[in-house]
Design a protein around this ligand. Sequence first.
Ligand code: RB5
Length: 357
Amino acid sequence: MIVAVGCDHAGFVLRSVVLGYFESKATVLDCGVSTAEPADYPDVALRAAAAVSEGQADAGVLMCGTGIGMALAANKVKGVRAASCFDAETARLAKAHNNLNILCLGGRFLSPDRALAVLDAWHGASFEGGRHLARVNKIAAAEAVTFSSGGVVIFNHPLVHHKMTIIRDKNTSVKEFRELVEEVAGLMVYEITRNLPLSETRVETPMASAAARTLAGKKLAVVPVLRAGLGMVNGILSLIPNAKVGHIGLYRDPNTLEPVEYYCKLPQDIQEREIFVADPMLATGGTAVAALSLIKARGGRKISLVCLVAAPEGVKRVHEAHPDVGIFIAALDPCLDDHGYIVPGLGDAGDRLFGSK
Ligand code: RB5
């Protein structure tokens, strides 16, 4: 077993205790620091956490004054579950229930003997799996998305990154562009619907009767903003085939850049439905704000905006006008150009979907 060990100046007092403990039990990957000179705990924590995340170490032990700063920093790294433990029983449970893979210790609060007891309880315990595995998996699932400070959810998934790169490529054919827009829309909605309520039922398999779960009769609607939003609909329907589809037509006035409505047809019971508004591009935000206002004016309440690429200007404008609407995007680009196009973006999504240019 390889254990990544690190400390800052305030955790240094426990360094020899921890290294001594592992001497006969594991190989130590030393992540520093090796003196009591002032050091920044995030540097050490992120080094050790990366080693655990990337598999160079099986687990980690980090020491600072309270153990808290180390845990906060380490938990930013994918796959890391770090916590500061102050007694043996908490440490044991943190392994048994949470599969804690980085134990953090507070050098200013734990005597060497107490630190050893905490360390031994954690190291000696085993993850119980079962219902605890399902819960730990939910934590891991949250890593698939990134919550930026603006409240927008950015999908941080390797498949989404890969597909978005091909979508952005100006040499990608219309056929492939269309297929990939559908696929990314499907992947995004798969994640967005992760918390849909379920109800308990039973199912007769060829072998036996079994407890099972189904969607709790939740009503969903997809509302593409014409025309580019149409490109996302099939990807969403492939996962939620019973969703109703509404359509909103808005064009951008070339002079004012403001949206003008030319079509709006929504499911009659729109007020009862959870609504996904689909538009590949969130540029100035003008179209999205108008589309959301139209849906709300017709009774829509629970609305999410699903876009492939957004500019910060668009995100800000939608947030200001519709703070209750969740924004889900595959990528946040740096800015808009003088014509209101997202840079680097992917060009005009409608033209690329329909081959009209
Ligand atoms: C350093 O003074 C101290 O802030 C640090 O070791 C740690 O306790 C932070 O959480």
